[in-house]
Design a binder for this molecule. Sequence first.
Ligand code: TRP
Length: 457
Amino acid sequence: MSKRISIHGQWSSRLMFILAATGAAIGLGNIWKFPYMAGENGGGAFVLVYLLCLALIGIPIMMAEVLIGRRGRQSPVNTLHSLSVEAGASGSWRLVGWAGMLAGLVILSYYSVIAGWTLAYLMRMLSGTFVRVTAEGSGSIFAQLVTDPERLLAWHTIFMVMTIKVVSRGVTNGLEKAAKILMPMLFFLVLVLVAYAARNGDFAQAFNYLFYTDFSKLTPAGVLTAMGHAFFTLSLGMGAMLVYGSYLPSGVSIAQTSILVGLLDTLVALLGGLATFSIVFANGLAAGEGPGLIFQTLPIAFGQMPGGMFFGALFFLLLVFAAWTSAIVLIEPLVAWLIENREMERIRAAIWTGMVAWLLGIVTILSFSHWSFSFHFGGVLKRHGLFDVLDIVTSSIILPLGGLCMALFAGWVMARDSVVDELGGLAGVGFKLWYFIIRFITPAAMLLIFLRAIGVL
Ligand code: TRP
């Protein structure tokens, strides 16, 4: 089979791919979601499982997804279809692509709402709302925001328009140039926060909390959550990395780039977690606060540090940016499919998709006020009704299942030769190790986690 080329264009260089993939991976998942998930699930043991999942499941699957994408050079649905036909397998593998597109839409719907909170916080930082704010003050400012659906809707709308705008410009004219400057800046700002936390927060307790493993605090559903978050944070299991791989020039090493992206993503999450919990413990706040965790804690730190208004505004600006570079990828698989199969113009495809996600976002907005209800998931009290349901169904179920299918596809369906061909840079032992992991270890580990979570094991 001769090499395919993508009709949507290609990354101009290896660095561009790394930036774009890191941009997709690092987002609200690292700074907003990881700390609150860790807090809800008791800290250390959750973090350890999360790290193990990243190493044994996440990064190997990222390689699988990227290589499938580069081999097929089309949207996930069409790539999985053509590659399975090529391998003499059932064309139904494309259903994995469908599930992924759907998951992307759902994730974007709530992602945009949270990104809207971030925008709102940027404005509040600029106006000096948080100067010398107390823990209670910060808590009530947050509560005021999330119980005001109209305000949330306005910010959600602004963020969705930003997302549609970039997606409609296409792959190579998107955000890469800005990402080149802003991603390193975000990293720097997280370091500033960590430095502040080390001096003024309860750094030792935060460290202990995140790295001291007490397995009695972790339920089987918590393990599933940790695995789901490994997928969420690396943007796996829904075809996003597959699409990014389809724009990857041949000759770039998939193994090296995936490992790099995985490590950077992990580093940002751990640093974000350390900063957050130092402030949580120093101010006597609750670790299991839920989705409001960073919005209630980080402003306290900015309110106290010299130049806090400036740093705080910059931090939330960069967080908006990190969310933006992720949000655009969440609908890229669906947009690429609409262009390929419905011959839609990119701009129309982006607007339609964005509008559906926008509408669905209203569910999340209301989950924090009028429609809120609580339920338990694996011993954790979830207080934000449908938002939590949407998150659990996508992050803990659809993304891992999608990822499992990608692993099986690369490990068992595709011809070994095609796989070797795409992973060209990974020679000898490295390849054998990865191939063994993706065929046996990853599926077995995932199966075990699923079965335990549903109580079979
Ligand atoms: N990884 C992103 C984050 O941590 C969220 C995300 C999940 C995502 N799946 C994705 C982003 C797919 C882009 C594409 O915030």
